[in-house]
Design a protein around this ligand. Structure first.
Ligand code: ADP
Ligand code: MG
Length: 384
């Protein structure tokens, strides 16, 4: 039965491979805290050759080889990062290519998945000393733009939003909840702040302030547990004129997503209010897993409409987009179940193919007089 199921999936994957690109899936193990070691917790994850992940219950972590033939305990990903991997290396391996593609007018998205405390926010936002993927991506983007400034004009806009309890909020300008609308570019949050960014320095401060606006509430299981999903959208517009003086517009969108903890609501002892929130978090993550399942199985109908999160991720998962998933895992034997769960989902995500895509390029054929004006504008912008 299982073999037939696998063959079916393989066939679907091969068919999709011809027309689209695969989601790249990475795993990152966070270091064991001193506190955890002192409490007698053991490391139950072993990463080998920057690819293989072994989940081991043995006291001796070098016993992992015994697991080679144990189904469900050995996983392999596009790359697996051990607990000593730097932020820069995680960025370069997972996201640098997407930043390059965004400059060409293609969309990209990176999302971090995993239980609370597994290192999602560290990976995405990081700290001032060790900035994460969001900050390194924007830094790299500005460096690349500076290198190419001779051949056109770029504009970078940032939006930072949160999905909490099936409500969408603007993290850069907190206020009333935002309404999702469908327009020709896909699903957008109406009224979302588009912050024009000029340099990297201001961005870290901006994102940290935004992150403080995230809804985080203590639960008994973990004081820093977060039930909110945070999405940073970086839109890069590029304008250049070709040999025949047509103005060419290119727009690329990069979405960087820090998902809420994937642990089941049952894992924490919750009050009535909490259980409502828990149910909604489940709704978004559950909807995400249903979408992943439907995509893996090559279904025609993908249930994006089931949650705010999946509506917002629609073009990242099934659309014309380069997609990267980073699964964050904790090392300790206490997290064994969650880690196995996360690895299982990450393993399934490897089978998703996104659509083949073209760059978002628009050519404006302007009448002569306007062309002059446009080229003059470009000259002026170049000089600045
Ligand atoms: P999550 O967002 O998944 O709930 P966090 O990113 O907040 O988890 O990580 C939990 C704690 O572990 C934080 O204090 C964070 O700084 C630390 N941490 C996570 N990953 C790493 C890492 N790779 N290196 C050093 N510290 C880490
Ligand atoms: Mg977090």
């Amino acid at each position: 039965e299982n073999v037939r199921e696998m063959e079916k999936l393989e066939a679907v994957s091969e068919k999709n491979e011809a027309t689209g690109s695969r989601i790249l899936v990475f795993v990152r193990l966070r270091p064991m805290f001193k506190k955890e070691r002192e409490a007698g917790l053991r490391c139950c994850v072993k990463i080998v050759n920057r690819k293989d992940v072994y989940l081991t219950e043995f006291a001796n972590e070098n016993d992992y080889l015994r697991l080679k033939r144990l189904c469900g305990r050995h996983f392999t990903f596009d790359a697996s990062f051990s607990d000593s991997t730097s932020q820069q290396e995680v960025y370069s391996t997972t996201t640098a290519e997407l930043v390059e593609a965004v400059l060409q007018g293609r969309n990209g998205s990176v999302f971090c998945y995993g239980a609370t405390g597994a290192g999602k926010t560290y990976t995405m936002l990081g700290t001032v000393e060790n900035p994460g993927v969001m900050v390194l991506a924007i830094k790299d983007l500005f460096t690349k733009i500076r290198q190419r400034s001779y051949d056109g004009n770029h504009m970078v806009h940032l939006s930072y939003l949160e999905v909490y309890n099936e409500t969408v909020r603007d993290l850069l300008s907190p206020g009333r909840p935002l309404v999702l609308r469908e327009d020709k570019q896909g699903i957008v949050a109406a009224g979302l702040t588009q912050y024009r960014a000029y340099s990297t320095d201001e961005v870290m401060a901006l994102l940290q302030r935004g992150n403080q606006n995230r809804t985080t509430e203590p639960t008994r299981a973990n004081e820093t547990s977060s039930r909110s999903h945070a999405i940073l959208q970086v839109v890069v517009e590029y304008q250049v004129k070709d040999a025949s003086m047509n103005v060419i517009n290119r727009v690329g969108k990069l979405s960087l997503i820090d998902l809420a903890g994937s642990e089941r609501a049952l894992a924490t002892d919750q009050r009535t209010l909490r259980s409502l929130e828990g149910a909604n978090i489940n709704r978004s993550l559950l909807a995400l897993s249903s979408c992943i399942n439907a995509l893996v199985e090559g279904k025609k109908h993908i249930p994006y409409r089931n949650s705010k999160l999946t509506q917002l991720l629609k073009d990242s998962l099934g659309g014309a987009c380069n997609t990267v998933m980073i699964a964050n895992i904790s090392p300790s034997n206490l997290s064994f179940g969650e880690t196995q769960n996360t690895l299982h989902w990450a393993d399934r995500a490897k089978k998703i193919r996104t659509k083949a895509y073209e760059a978002n390029v628009e050519i404006q054929h302007l009448p002569e007089s306007e062309t002059d004006l446009a080229s003059l504008l470009l000259e002026v912008q170049k000089e600045n």
